[in-house]
Write a protein that binds this ligand. Structure first.
Ligand SMILES: [Ca+2]
Ligand SMILES: [Ca+2]
Ligand SMILES: [Ca+2]
Length: 720
């Protein structure tokens, strides 16, 4: 049984305030509170400032990594001031820090200021081949694991370190935490990966090329990798490490961009001795050219293969999970799941932070569920995209601005409780709490002891006649026909300006994006969509099945499953599934979604995710399709064949309120987010008259019909 936990709300907060006001100050152990989002009496903000510097740390092969160190300063506590601190490490390809080109300031992120005030040192390291570091790397290069271990070992040996290291960061910087953990550095005690991608087959979720995201992210990564001052997104460049002319100004160590195009690697020769002397904005000569040497090394592949930090170029040709990558010959599974047994053996305590609207949320839950019981593992799922959620979307799912601020603070508190437990050894009980903390829109936060949630009833809703979704098995079979509409897009809100991406692509030498207008959605990971994900208009291009208005509230928490029985006039095709909540006024809002290429219908044991099947049970038991070349049938529908497509939607939490309806919406394209099926639209253009536009038949009925299964969970009865 999962234990119940009251919604974090004004009542709980007020209780703590009242208790403290009554004189139970932080000095009284009886006043201590440690529960989700509330943490009093264990760990105070006793430092008011910090001391900071940058330096190089040399790897065994001579490559220098750029490192920023910030130590707590301005101690205000009662005890003797510490001189050695537990350390939180960020290990990143996106810039260990960034400067404001207008002011020259290099700010410390607010969350790290919070941890500095709590007595944690902060170290941020540029991965080799990025930022202010030397060297060269591939995308998701296993080699970064070795440098990461070196960095942790180096930290543990510093006089300002107490020998306990944790890690922080999101996305790639979350991935890097698992990567370093797999090397089992002795000092690494806890990691907190946020919205971390894990599945190495990142370019083709569901087997379909993720065109717009890979294109945009690639432009960003490529620019950052070359420390370009021209960025497709507003991420300023990484500052140099060494003030070579000693004038106190670090930014004048960046050479002049001679042709003014924002890139440096095109202005100078490599090795530098082969070209003209680098010029600097202050006209002072330098001898070492630290920053420029780094940039030139990032851009120069040691094997003569240019640009493998260009994700589009790397991932687009990777059609199958066992395809070899260009340049380095890696296969996607070599990147991640292959190290998973080493992560398990590391003993590191993992706090996974997930977002219901983030593309990596399935991986986050797979990692947690597979680690649970083998490592200290905890997961928190918020209603968030890759980078938060807009106030308008939050409001539409029952989160007001006060809630939003409280939850943001709460997530920070949860990280503090984790670091305090595992880096400072404070027995705050977080390791004994139910390990799943999940927000269910319209209902509230839930604390659960397991994933899948104890008491889940996987409940079938059948595709029935009249475009209805029925809780009871249909009496008669039938079929519905749907002519694919390649113009369907899952994006919403105001158009997104992609001119900077067009310019970045041009600089890289790639063709322009396939679409001249983008809209934001889950795949647009740089900024969350400004508006709620209403699908009312998009559903006009879809085949939809909708329940009657619900007679009671229905709570789901888990992985919805789709079982589609279909045939098609084309040999293969793609399906896009959207689970929606339809309000009494007809407005449909997206709950969750996923996509699947029918040719990958054959199901595989998910334990095969880990190469060599080392006997680890990958959980939860979700449909998985292998995605290797041998798993693909390009003629899955040929000759009138019927195929059963079974796939899990992104996991989610949601409460469908009484009077609302549940809808499954199905389309055959989501352009330009996903590439159109190359056998149906070789040009990936919806309007190309040469496209093959299939008519799809969906089969209904009790025995061999289509249905969706929802993970319905009980009302915890705590009044939320
Ligand atoms: Ca200088
Ligand atoms: Ca240039
Ligand atoms: Ca399994």
């Amino acid at each position: 049984m999962g234990s119940s936990w009251k919604r974090v709300g004004p009542a709980a907060g007020a209780m703590v305030v009242a208790m403290l006001a009554a004189g139970c100050g932080s000095g009284d152990p009886g006043s201590r509170v440690s529960e989700p989002f509330i943490y009093e009496g264990y760990s105070g903000e006793e430092w008011t400032g910090h001391r900071r510097w940058a330096e190089f740390v040399t790897m065994p092969d001579g490559v220098k990594l750029a490192v920023d160190v910030a130590l707590p300063a301005g101690y205000t506590g009662a005890a003797d001031s510490a001189t050695r601190f537990p350390v939180i490490l960020q290990y990143t390809p996106y810039g260990r820090s960034s400067y404001n080109p207008a002011t020259g300031e290099v700010p410390i992120p607010p969350n790290m200021q919070f941890f500095l005030r709590h007595g944690y040192a902060y170290v941020s390291v540029d991965m080799r081949g990025t930022g202010g570091s030397d060297g060269w790397i591939n995308l998701f290069d296993p080699a970064v694991r070795h440098d990461g271990k070196e960095a942790v070992d180096w930290i543990a040996a510093q006089p300002w370190s107490d020998g306990n290291v944790g890690m922080t960061g999101g996305s790639y910087v979350g991935w890097s935490q698992y990567a370093v953990a797999s090397m089992k550095p002795a000092a690494l005690k806890a990691i907190v990966p946020n919205v971390a991608g894990w599945d190495g087959f990142i370019g083709r979720p569901g087997g379909i090329f993720w065109e717009s995201f890979i294109e945009m992210w690639s432009a960003l990564a490529y620019s950052l990798n070359r420390s370009s001052v021209f960025q497709p997104f507003p991420i300023p460049p990484t500052p140099p490490v060494v003030d070579e002319d000693g004038d106190g100004d670090i930014l004048d160590e960046i050479p002049v961009d001679l042709d003014g195009d924002g890139w440096l690697h095109d202005d100078y020769a490599w090795p530098l001795e082969n070209g003209p002397a680098p010029r600097y904005p202050d006209s002072v000569a330098r001898r070492e050219h630290h920053y420029l040497r780094g940039v030139m090394q990032h851009a120069a592949h040691p094997n003569g293969e240019p640009g493998t930090f260009d994700g589009y170029r790397v991932f687009k040709p990777l059609r199958f999970r066992d395809s070899r990558r260009i340049g380095d010959g890696l296969t996607p599974p070599d990147d991640n799941w292959a190290w998973f047994p080493d992560v398990l053996a590391s003993g590191v305590a993992v706090l996974h932070l997930a977002g219901w609207y983030d593309p990596f949320v399935r991986s986050n839950f797979e990692l947690h569920a597979t680690m649970a019981g083998k490592l200290p593992s905890r997961i928190i799922a918020q209603a968030a995209y890759h980078q938060g959620i807009s106030p308008a979307h939050a409001r539409a799912i029952g989160i007001d601005s006060a809630d939003q601020a409280r939850y943001a603070r709460g997530i920070l508190v949860e990280q503090l409780r984790w670091y305090d437990r595992w880096l400072k050894g404070i027995d705050n009980g977080v390791d004994r709490e139910p390990p799943v903390l999940a927000f269910v829109p319209h209902d509230g936060w839930r604390q659960e002891s397991s994933w899948p949630v104890t008491g889940t009833a996987m409940t079938k809703f059948y595709l029935d006649s009249g475009r209805t979704l029925a809780a009871s098995a249909p009496g008669a079979g039938g079929a519905d026909r749907y002519r694919a509409d390649f113009t369907h897009s899952s994006g919403w809100g105001p158009p997104q300006d992609v001119s900077a991406i067009v310019r970045a692509n041009a600089a890289i030498g790639r063709p322009a994006p396939v679409a001249d207008t983008y809209f934001r959605n889950r795949a647009f990971m740089f900024i969350p969509p400004q508006t709620p994900p209403y699908r009312t208009e998009a559903d006009a291009k879809a085949l939809t099945y909708t329940t009657a208005p619900l007679e009671t509230d229905v709570r789901i928490l888990g992985h919805p499953l789709v079982h589609l029985v279909a045939s098609s006039t084309a040999d293969d095709g793609d399906f896009f599934f959207y689970l929606e909540d339809v309000a009494p006024d007809g407005q449909a809002i997206l709950v969750t979604e996923y996509q699947h290429r029918a040719g990958f219908s054959r199901l595989r044991d998910n334990d095969e995710l880990i190469p060599g099947r080392p006997g680890i049970d990958v959980e939860p038991e979700l449909p998985w399709h292998g995605f290797a070349r041998a798993d693909y049938d390009p003629r899955v529908f040929a000759g009138g064949k019927t195929a059963e497509v079974v796939t899990a939607l992104y996991p989610t939490g949601w409460m469908f309120r009484k009077g609302h309806s549940i809808r499954l919406s199905i389309t055959a394209a989501d352009w330009p987010t996903f590439e159109l099926h190359p056998a149906l639209s070789p040009t990936n253009r919806p309007g190309d008259p040469r496209n093959v536009t299939p008519t799809i038949t969906l089969h209904r009925g009790t025995g061999s019909g289509s249905y969706v299964e929802l993970p319905i969970v009980p009302d915890r009865g705590d009044g939320t």
